[in-house]
Design a protein around this ligand. Structure first.
Ligand code: SF4
Ligand code: SF4
Length: 388
């Protein structure tokens, strides 16, 4: 064990379970705020972690439409669960963010822009579907006419330790979306957890110069061919455990050709328009702004917060909401996600993480809705109300 010449891009190393603490410590010592999975309020959520004991050791999640439950595993896996209600967007694109403040000065005022975030973030335990979701947000926030300043700073300095999934849950369908379960790109270090009788270790792939630099002083050794094959078997097994599937063949055209399909009415009869699905979705990014003043009138500020296509206000234009029915709001969400997103950003807006299915209080399932429309397509027609 030691610092042999294994620190090359793409190199596969082995790091023992207890030595993973060194990765967290090294990140913290370099000034990163280290965020990882932890158990809180009966769910696995992302929060600050300082020690391996903060991780969900020996826990797994059982998920289905509208259902989430933690259960004990039969082993001490650190990453033996799928994904919880949080995604990394809450750190890269926070739910609430002040944009600027204005301070009254005599008859005028000065505007102070929000300070850029200074503490770099390190994410531990990022799954393949989540890496894909981050790549989608990069496209949205970094590559258009306007770059989001705060997102740019956070993203530029983020360090990503990803994990190949060792277990899928009942609502996962990343294979259908070609977004997992194996991490392909966008990480600094990638782990595959191997637990065998008497041994608990990680095969670690180096994905960047920063990853290479971090690992060079930590205990590791080259992975053997058998360990690399064992790591592949972990991912292959997970690939076969998908709880859902979505037929994406011609899906964009199917949805765009069916704005008046009766299924939209059927789903609207169940949808509460609560917006849970958009909150938990790792790719939904829409926001609104609130302007407030303090009681003295000396200070005003503009705050950006997550919004949802399920709120009436989101489509409010000049005296009324464009999408005033649950039918039109659900249809907007699903067709944007699976169809118009492709026209807008060049990829689907869904990575198959299954969160919207699990966390929908009435168990509406995007894969089931898409299949229902595929099974009984109806010719498009325009309603007198314009399809609202
Ligand atoms: S689909 Fe489910 S989670 Fe989304 S708005 Fe409707 S009831 Fe809420
Ligand atoms: S639409 Fe649902 S399954 Fe797809 S990325 Fe969003 S939360 Fe995950």
């Amino acid at each position: 064990m030691g610092q042999v010449a294994t620190e090359a891009l793409g190199a596969k190393l082995v790091i023992e379970r207890d030595d993973l603490q060194g990765v967290i410590d090294a990140l913290a010592n370099r000034g990163f705020r280290v965020i990882g999975p932890t158990v809180r309020d009966g769910a696995i959520v992302y929060d600050r972690v300082a020690a391996l004991d903060d991780l969900p050791i020996g826990w797994t999640d059982r998920q289905d439409a509208g259902q989430y439950r933690l259960e004990r595993r039969g082993d001490p896996a650190l990453f033996g669960y799928a994904v919880g209600p949080h995604s990394w967007k809450r750190f890269l694109h926070p739910p609430v963010e002040r944009l600027w403040q204005a301070h009254r000065e005599g008859d005028g005022f000065t505007v102070v822009e929000n300070e850029e975030p200074t503490t770099p973030l390190a994410f531990v335990g990022v799954r393949a579907c989540e890496l894909r979701a981050i790549a989608i947000h990069d496209r949205v926030f970094l590559s258009g006419s306007f770059r989001d300043k705060a997102y740019t700073v956070r993203r530029d300095h983020a360090f990503i330790v990803s994990v190949n999934c060792g277990q899928a849950c009942g609502t996962c369908f990343c294979v259908s979306m070609d977004a997992g379960p194996k991490v392909e790109a966008g990480f600094d270090l990638a782990l595959t957890e191997l637990i065998e009788e008497g041994s608990h270790r990680f095969v670690m792939e180096i994905g960047s110069a920063a990853g290479m630099d971090l690992i060079k002083d930590l205990p590791h050794r080259p992975a053997t061919a058998e360990e690399i094959a064992a790591a592949e078997r972990v991912v292959d097994r997970t690939r076969g455990q998908m709880g859902r599937q979505l037929d994406t063949d011609g899906l964009k055209e199917l949805l765009q050709a069916n704005p008046n399909h009766p299924r939209w009415d059927e789903v609207a009869g169940r949808c509460l328009t609560c917006g849970n699905c958009t909150n938990v979705c790792p790719t939904c990014f829409c926001t609104t702004v609130d302007d407030t003043t303090d009681l003295s009138g000396a200070t005003a500020e503009r705050v950006r917060r997550w919004d949802s296509c399920f709120t009436l206000d989101f489509s409010y234009i000049h005296g009324g909401s464009v999408r005033n029915s649950a039918r039109s709001r659900y249809r907007q969400w699903m067709t944007h996600k699976l169809a118009h997103w492709i026209d807008q950003f060049g990829s689907s807006g869904c990575v198959g993480c299954g969160r919207c299915i699990t966390w929908c209080p009435v168990g509406i399932d995007i894969t089931e809705e898409a299949a229902a429309i595929r099974d009984a397509p109806k010719p498009s027609r325009r309603d007198a109300d314009g399809g609202a």
